[in-house]
Design a protein around this ligand. Structure first.
Ligand code: ZN
Length: 508
């Protein structure tokens, strides 16, 4: 740490100053200049001497930090011989880093004050120097410990901040309020004006808790895991700890071992408000017994369907396959048991424990609020025959699927009187599968039409099994065929040519 010894120069006339060259490849001072420079150095030296005499400054620590001895307090740098750097060096330049002097001290704005000392009145120069000394003493104090030491201290103090503690202790309620505020269930609650008022309150109540970036509350180690920037404020004896990624800063006070947050709130008020908002919601929920009973009924239904879950999952997948063959048919929703299974599987329906209605309801997620309207129809499905019903349903659907599936001879596309069977379509899709993305559409058309062009011969496409497959078709109808296959979901247009769709892949 500190100034590399090879780069320090002492001058007996200015015992409180250490001189050093600054800037790339500038490693020596041969001359400290003339009348102006000498006058300025004398004034700086005097101000510092005055400070040292009249205030008991902990110079040992500062000298250890700068690696200097004697009376030396501050460095003053030279850009080149005879030319003083008009900006004093910030103490952060030396913090937790080893400067070797091989490349010279960096002339870096981040590590220089922006006050030009050659333009200051005596009074202003004195003020500036007092500040600079104070900064140096503060950073020297910081330097007595490692960066990690301070980060750990700041994290521990953040953890102890009353608002952080409140957030931790009320975490389940805070999360429940946020979730409930977004929940579709709100639209089902009586009375809408009470709900609207509750939501207005949420905006106010949640404000303090929403100022924290999510990642600063990971559960165990508080503060996020991104790299932090530290800033040093000597006047308030404070270290700023900032995460650029989260756009959040806290300020650690050395003397009280406490942090202040980027934005501070009245913590007791925040505590009362979060308790009130939970209470208010529970009162609303208590007036909605019908709804909570219905949710309980859905939970029970889901539980009763569990033993037949695999059968119904399979039935649902068969239903989806049928829907693909018969484009407009809504198969899954035509069977109440299946629709019920589907919608309940997509819903989160936790059992109610001892927690408040707010916390329970915030965890309920329905695939669709229409569920409540279907309850009546579904109730009839839930008897002790449900197992037999599920098995029967799967069987029925499998029969339907067999009927829906194409046979090889089924004509599935007709273009201007030209018919194409399912087996011929499969061959065309095969061609696209192998060559579709390598060649433009018109080349594929030529292959199917059996046009023996030079290009096809060069690519040896005239020797493939698809050559001339649709020789009887006019080429423009073959182009239409591609369009039709795309429209029906068998093909997907690519930048060059086509590829076959997932649906085609599955069916073939
Ligand atoms: Zn962060």
């Amino acid at each position: 740490m500190g100034l590399p010894e090879s780069m320090t120069y002492k001058n007996d006339r200015y015992p409180y100053i250490i001189l050093t060259p600054i800037g790339n490849m500038n490693k020596q001072i041969r001359s400290i200049g003339h009348k102006f420079e000498r006058g300025l150095l004398s004034r700086i030296n005097e101000v510092i001497a005055d400070q040292v005499k009249h205030r008991s400054l902990p110079l040992d620590r500062l000298q250890r930090y700068l690696s200097v001895e004697g009376n030396t307090v501050l460095p003053v740098s030279f850009i080149k011989d005879d030319t003083l750097n008009p900006y004093l060096i910030r103490p952060e330049l030396f913090l937790w880093t080893e400067l070797t002097g091989e490349d010279g001290l960096p002339f870096d704005k981040r590590f220089l004050y922006d006050t030009n000392i050659t333009h200051l009145s005596s009074e202003k120069l004195e003020q500036h120097l007092i500040e600079v000394i104070k900064d140096h003493l503060f950073v020297a104090e910081i330097a007595e410990h490692s960066r990690d030491y301070w980060l750990t201290k700041i994290a521990a103090s953040f953890d102890k901040h009353p608002l952080v503690q409140l957030t931790q202790s009320k975490r389940d309620v805070i999360e429940a309020v946020e979730q409930m505020n977004q929940s579709a269930l709100l639209s089902q609650l009586k009375y809408p004006e009470d709900v609207a008022m509750w939501r207005d309150h949420v905006t106010i109540v949640m404000r303090p808790f929403r100022t924290f970036p999510k990642q600063w509350f990971t559960g165990r180690m508080e503060m996020c895991r991104h790299d932090k920037q530290l800033g040093f404020y000597s006047t308030k004896r404070t270290v700023g700890c900032r995460c650029d990624h989260c756009d959040y800063t806290v300020y650690y006070h050395l003397d009280s071992d406490q942090v202040t947050l980027q934005e501070e709130f009245h913590v007791e008020r925040a505590r009362k408000r979060i308790e009130t908002i939970e209470h208010q919601f529970n009162e609303i929920a208590a007036q909605n017994k019908d709804l909570t009973h219905q949710i309980q009924e859905l939970i029970n239904m889901k539980g009763k369907l569990r033993p037949v879950q695999h059968t119904l999952d399979e039935a649902l997948s068969v239903a989806r396959q049928i829907e693909r063959y018969q484009e407009d048919a809504a198969v899954a929703n035509a069977y109440p048991l299946l629709e019920m299974h589907h919608k309940l599987s997509c819903s989160t329906l936790p059992q109610r424990g001892s927690e408040s209605l707010l916390i329970w309801l915030s965890r309920v997620e329905l695939s669709d609020v229409v569920l409540f309207k279907q309850l009546l129809a579904w109730r009839n499905q839930m008897d002790d025959q449900v197992n037999a019903k599920a098995v029967d349903l799967l069987h029925q659907l499998q029969v339907r699927l067999d009927e829906a599936e194409y046979t090889e001879e089924d004509i599935i596309i007709t273009i201007k009187g030209h018919e194409l069977s399912y087996s011929a379509v499969q061959q065309v899709l095969d061609l696209v599968h192998y060559y579709g993305t390598d060649h433009p559409a018109h080349t594929l058309v030529q292959v199917l039409a059996g046009k023996s062009t030079n290009k096809l011969r060069r690519l040896q496409l005239h020797e493939t099994r698809w050559f001339g497959l649709l020789a009887e078709w006019p080429p423009k109808h073959i182009q239409r065929l591609f369009n039709q296959l795309e429209k029906q979901g068998w093909l997907m247009k690519q930048r060059k040519g086509y590829s076959i769709s997932d649906f085609a892949e599955e069916v073939m």
